[in-house]
Design a protein around this ligand. Structure first.
Ligand code: ADP
Ligand code: ZN
Length: 289
């Protein structure tokens, strides 16, 4: 049996796992994200002597995933202390003489869900996480979308909800999508933890209003065959019907496909891989490498 190593590099934790070609996770550890030296020492200790064919890394960003770039494999300009301009893949290469795949955490998750999850059998999928931040990745016609850098779909502009005068949390843009709709924005706007706000609270209608606008933009620009929504905020599963309804209203029949007009409950879905979407993405990146 061929085995692959996966790293889901996040701002609060690094998840490391060993998995199979079928995307089954056999072993998993969680390492807190502290300084790069401390964190990587534990990551390297986990994979040392493991019989893996390749490693796949899905990382928080911004990153440089462009193979031709001098800073390929780096976490680039991140507000996260100590991690700016960090050569993540370079450090791993020093310890592992293996093919290493590298991409954003969300591109990895989109690929994992396409191989083994909610988008299985399709050629295009979009994965969005709504948590501490908002990020989305896409595989379109089998290709992970990169381009100049990689998409930063959490930082798009959205039309304001008429009842919202919260200024937004984004240090770069204030009231971009992430600034208005990531977990910390919900909590600062309402002065309450997101997981304690009751289902009938206005926060959720507002949240759905922002997320639906984002999805409408992604649908119109990228035309994904499936949209998968994960992250802590989406644990509020009552958001799904609200978002689906608003997406339909906002598109107003313009995208005339049954997936949206009649089966939207199967078009905008939670990750089938659950909390393993990211780490399965790492396995998928390792297999690609
Ligand atoms: P990260 O983005 O760091 O990977 P999460 O996706 O879990 O982690 O996002 C954490 C954020 O999501 C928290 O700041 C909180 O605002 C929100 N969150 C976490 N769990 C829930 C929940 N059950 N209901 C609503 N919001 C939640
Ligand atoms: Zn922003």
């Amino acid at each position: 049996m061929k085995l692959f190593g996966a790293i889901e590099a996040g701002g609060t934790k690094f998840v490391c796992a060993i998995g199979t070609e079928q995307g089954n996770i056999l072993e998993k550890v969680i390492i807190p994200t502290s300084t790069p030296d401390e964190t990587l020492a534990q990551v390297i200790a986990f994979f040392k002597d493991k019989p893996i064919q390749a490693l796949g890394v899905g990382s928080f960003g911004p990153i440089d995933p462009n193979l031709d770039s001098p800073t390929y494999g780096y976490i680039t300009k991140t507000p996260k202390p100590n991690w700016s301009d960090y050569n993540l893949i370079g450090v791993l290469k020093q310890h592992f003489d293996l093919p290493i795949g590298f991409d954003t955490d969300v591109n990895g998750a989109a690929l994992g869900e396409l191989n083994w999850g909610a988008a299985k059998g399709l050629s295009s999928s979009l994965y969005i996480t709504v948590g501490t931040g908002i990020g989305a990745g896409a595989v379109i016609e089998g290709n992970r979308v990169h381009g100049l850098l990689h998409p930063e779909m959490g930082h798009i502009s959205v039309r304001r909800h008429p009842d919202d005068n919260y200024q937004g949390t984004c240090p770069f843009h204030g009231d971009c999508l992430e600034g208005l709709a990531a977990g910390p924005a919900i909590e600062k706007r309402w002065g309450e933890l997101a997981n304690t706000l009751p289902v009938e609270h206005q926060a959720w209608e507002m949240e759905a209003y922002y997320l639906a606008q984002a999805l409408v933009n992604y649908i119109l620009i990228l035309s994904p065959e499936k949209i998968i929504m994960g992250g802590g905020v989406m644990k509020q599963t009552h958001l799904f019907p609200l978002i689906r309804q608003k997406v339909k209203e906002m598109l107003n029949g313009y995208v005339s496909k049954a997936e949206i007009l009649t089966h939207i409950d199967q078009y905008i879905v939670p990750p089938l891989l659950g909390d393993n979407a990211g780490i399965c993405g790492g396995i998928a990146l390792a297999i690609k490498a």
